[in-house]
Design a protein around this ligand. Sequence first.
Ligand SMILES: C[S@@+](CC[C@H](N)C(=O)[O-])C[C@H]1O[C@@H](n2cnc3c(N)ncnc32)[C@H](O)[C@@H]1O
Length: 361
Amino acid sequence: MDSCLDRFIKNFKKIKIGKKTILDWSYHLATKDSKAFEVQHTGTLFKLDLLYSYLDFPYLHIMSRQRQKYNTKLIFLDLYSGNGLNKIKSESSLFLCGSSLLALLCSHNQTIKKQYPCYFDYTVMIDNDKDSITTLYDRCDALTKDLKISNKLKLSNKFETDAQLLTIRGDVINQDFISQLCLWLDSIWQDKIHIMMFVDPGSPGRLSMQTLTNLLTYPGDLIILLHQELFVEMVLKKRYNTDTIQRMLGMNKTDAESLFNKSKAELSRLYVKRFVDTIQGVKIDRLSSGSNYRNVVSSIKIRTDKQTYTLLFATRTTGGKHHETWQKIFSDYNTCIEKLSDAGKTMIGVLKGSQQRVDMY
Ligand SMILES: C[S@@+](CC[C@H](N)C(=O)[O-])C[C@H]1O[C@@H](n2cnc3c(N)ncnc32)[C@H](O)[C@@H]1O
């Protein structure tokens, strides 16, 4: 448990990436422009730590080597990217870099450590809020210049085929957009591609199961945040109608209607299970070895004082030598973060330096 706490603190507060820790970068960016996605609970802390930790090890560790061997194109796909900063408002508030910037910082750290390129070939950041996208663009620009990598990574608001590209776009994620995204993915898919998908829609109604299903046909890992309690509340208050439920969960009308008669616990279970079943059930295209399905799905409960969220991690067994060892290391970390999320406010204090100990241990 202590080593997990150490890793959590190390990720945000100890490792220097281009002379600054992740917390330093967060405050550095916030000083220039304090626009941030505001959240009233501490769940964001653990969601982002798990993303960073997974990218750090095992994801980039394995995939950057695989790329050298198989000419794999690595893509970080951040749907619902936000503006690059979060402001977690608990008893005291904390700025923390968002998903896209964490991916950029993590890949830079790996590149320096390993002395070979660990950047994603393509990073795609999408948000429907145009102001957020303008801010995110400026933050990526500032960060790549500060890290002295602006000559290595090109910023664009277009889907282009040149590699080492950061594409930052204001789009609504819907079926039209996904068709456009898939055309672009097909155009850059020569030998192999591998997509690290981070899907963080903010609320259940923002994502349709069809969108997810389309993306799941591409090779890659998935991290998705589910707001099961919000879903339950919206169904029980009849704020979602049958059509909305059908679209969100990819269900027929009869099954969608039946949800209105279920209990809270049943609805919550069913919502998460629907995602797990879909993720495990979609066949991945054009693979030559290992499982054709994302047969490994871990479910992590992130608890806050208001709600519980579920973070799903999905990957597949590749048959690689160290696959099981890596999965075990990550799954132990998940279990520990689940527990740490109970002490969210304390962890904010620890990161801000106002709290030295975590009393729950
Ligand atoms: C929870 S926030 C994302 C936070 C981000 N992942 C981070 O780490 O900072 C959800 C984002 O989704 C965006 N959003 C909501 N509905 C959307 C849609 N249909 N298409 C694209 N973006 C959407 C919102 O503008 C918001 O910035």
